[in-house]
Write a protein that binds this ligand. Structure first.
Ligand SMILES: Nc1ncnc2c1ncn2[C@@H]1O[C@H](COP(=O)(O)OP(=O)(O)O)[C@@H](O)[C@H]1O
Ligand SMILES: [Mg+2]
Length: 353
């Protein structure tokens, strides 16, 4: 009897060790220089297993030195990092691509006006239990994510509705414990749970008036972010190389020249925007769209209209047509239309934003 009991206990112990070994996530460190192709002397821990929700690696992604460091600090030291910058500068994808290389599951939640309290926290739902209808609390995305290794990214953080922002405030607290009043429970975050956010403004409102829907963020809430990193558009050559890597069909002499011109024009719109000559600008995302549309329509001007010009205010189209003429040496109808009017473009736009 005793021997049988000892054998049974031994068997359970071996089983426990086996389960521990199978489930234990092995981490190994790798040089950040190699992982992110940035000039830095730092070893970062990488999970060896790619699990569900780990984003796919974009092998051509180009990492910005300072932004990458800030996001890595968030992952390695459990700091809350907010990345701010103009649209399409690569805020969301920077976090996603770093998570992809660290094998860290990552989920993005867009805090546009549609996300509600119950989406985040959860709600009572009706389920069938042994043939009877009963109500059961179904976790929302926050209680679900907080219990596991997960990098949760709040995209468009400055567009969140006030009721939603107050819920987020709970997990931004220092100890990060999440009280679920609906089920009378307190959830302690998993040690590998991380929080990030991206925003177009720094929560002080939108002085340029281009980000409708953004709110002024409660300063108490802004205070809770450990790091606020700023990500601007990349230098011309880097942006050209990103477009070429995404669209390798342009990888020949004239193709490269065309993409360089596209990015040059984008930079002119960014200069013009900074000088308040125009109120819309071409983001890297729009440049990629333009290059893609040009592959479809085989017409640079037409694809420019479809990707960017048609989004602009009529009163600004002449200025943008002037930029187009400067770069492509070709007049658009818009610039000819008001030829007699005096141009109000600032010619001294040398550096952008
Ligand atoms: N550094 C970069 N390397 C490669 N692609 C980039 C980079 N920055 C932006 N992109 C591309 O530009 C687009 C917009 O990026 P995204 O991260 O969504 O911008 P944001 O969140 O700042 O609005 C994406 O298609 C992304 O792949
Ligand atoms: Mg984004």
């Amino acid at each position: 009897m005793l021997i049988r009991r000892i054998c049974y206990i031994g068997y359970l112990a071996v089983l426990d060790v086996f389960i521990l070994l199978v489930h234990k996530e092995v981490m190994k460190t790798q040089p950040a220089k190699k992982l992110f192709n940035i000039d830095i002397n730092l070893d970062v821990p990488v999970f060896t297993k790619k699990t569900e929700h780990v984003p796919d690696i974009d092998p051509n992604y180009s990492f910005d030195h300072d932004t990458t460091l800030a996001i890595l600090a968030g992952f390695m030291h459990n700091l809350k990092v907010l990345v701010q910058g103009l649209h399409g500068s690569g805020k969301s994808t920077h976090i996603e691509q770093i998570a992809a290389r660290l094998n860290w599951p990552c989920i993005r939640i867009n805090l546009d006006g549609y996300i509600s309290r119950s989406d985040l926290i959860g709600k009572e739902t009706i389920v069938l239990l042994r043939g009877k209808q009963v109500t059961e609390f179904k976790d929302g995305i926050l209680p679900w994510a907080i219990k596991q290794r997960m990098a949760l990214v709040f995209d468009e953080y400055d567009a969140g509705r006030p009721d939603v922002m107050f819920i987020l405030q709970r997990i931004l607290e220092n100890n990060g414990k999440f009280t679920l009043v609906d089920t009378n429970s307190v959830i302690t975050p998993h040690p590998d749970f991380r929080i990030f956010a991206t925003a177009n403004t720094v929560g002080l409102g939108d002085s340029k008036g281009i980000y409708s829907g953004t709110q002024i963020i409660n300063q108490g809430q802004m205070d809770r972010w450990n790091i606020v990193a700023k990500l601007d558009y990349l230098p011309l050559e880097k942006e050209v190389s990103i477009v070429l890597k995404k669209l390798p069909l342009y990888n020949y002499k004239e193709g490269k020249k065309l993409v360089t011109n596209m990015v040059e024009l984008a930079n002119l719109t960014r200069n013009g925007f900074a000088l308040e000559d125009i109120s819309c600008l071409m983001s890297p995302r729009t440049v990629i769209n333009w290059a893609e549309n040009n592959q479809i329509f085989a017409d640079v001007e037409k694809s420019f209209r479809l990707s960017f010009l048609n989004k602009c205010d009529d009163s600004e189209k002449r200025v943008i047509a002037e930029y187009y003429q400067r770069v492509f040496n070709c007049e658009l109808n818009e610039s000819l239309k008001d030829q007699n009017e005096t141009t109000s473009i600032s010619n001294g736009a040398k550096s952008y934003i």
